[in-house]
Write a protein of this length. Structure first.
Length: 232
């Protein structure tokens, strides 16, 4: 499976992801599903699968207008489970968010992520270490943390009905930069230190315990280009 993005980012171009129209069968099925669901406003694939690599599972998020109904949750969850079964993904671990809580989310959580809601406490910013308890993994605070990471790491856009992708991505990059500068005193111009703060290395944490950013060349290049574009 290969669907690497031929993406070039500069101050005058946006960080658009791989074009879903030229990708693999699984992505095509997710794309078709998203575009035939009236309530689905925004959706993307992120993680290793978006880089053309077979990871532990397919990380996908769909955002719907209004609240997520039981019927809606069931439809999206079934799709994600079926697609993961198709690629032979192993069962989720106790450090993973259950499918029924991570695949489809209310659109309002995007704004919560961009406003850094999970990281604000009594007027200050902090990055709490991830609590892998069942209650936290199912919480909206946990989902918002993942949403911020998904938008600012390599991804494939499946649907963008409001045409808000560029605005969302720019705000996410600036919010992420604000968070790191407030907590650690570095911004995107301090490239190496900034990336160490994102991956959790500065705290001695695993990426999954921190913000979810992996210490990989792909992630570092994406973030470098994204920050340059968003602040240009």
């Amino acid at each position: 499976m290969e669907f690497q993005s031929d993406r070039v980012i500069s101050k005058n171009s946006r960080p658009w992801a791989a074009q879903a129209g030229s990708t693999d069968e699984v992505t095509q099925e997710l794309l078709h599903f998203a575009q035939t669901r009236d309530e689905c406003q925004f959706g993307l694939i992120f993680g290793s699968y978006a880089l053309g690599k077979r990871g532990r599972d397919i990380d996908v998020k769909f955002f719907v207008s209004g609240d997520v109904t039981a019927q809606c949750r069931s439809a999206y969850t079934s799709l994600a489970e079926r697609m993961n079964h198709k690629i032979g993904a192993p069962p989720l671990t106790n450090e993973d968010i259950p499918f029924e809580y991570k695949v489809v989310l209310p659109e309002r959580l995007i704004e919560g992520a961009l406003e850094l809601v999970p990281f604000k406490s009594n007027g200050d910013f902090a990055i709490p270490m991830i609590d892998f308890s069942e209650s936290f993994l199912r919480s909206e605070l946990c989902q918002m943390r993942v949403v911020l990471s998904a938008i600012t790491t390599p991804h494939i856009v499946l649907v963008d009905r409001r045409g808000a992708y560029e605005k969302i991505t720019r705000k996410a990059a600036r919010s992420l930069n604000l968070l790191i500068s407030k907590v650690y005193g570095f911004d995107y111009r301090n490239e190496d230190e900034f990336f160490q703060c994102l991956t959790g290395e500065v705290e001695g944490r695993r990426p999954v315990e921190h913000l979810g950013y992996k210490p990989s060349p792909e992630h570092k290049q994406w973030l470098r280009d994204l920050m340059f574009w968003a602040h240009g």
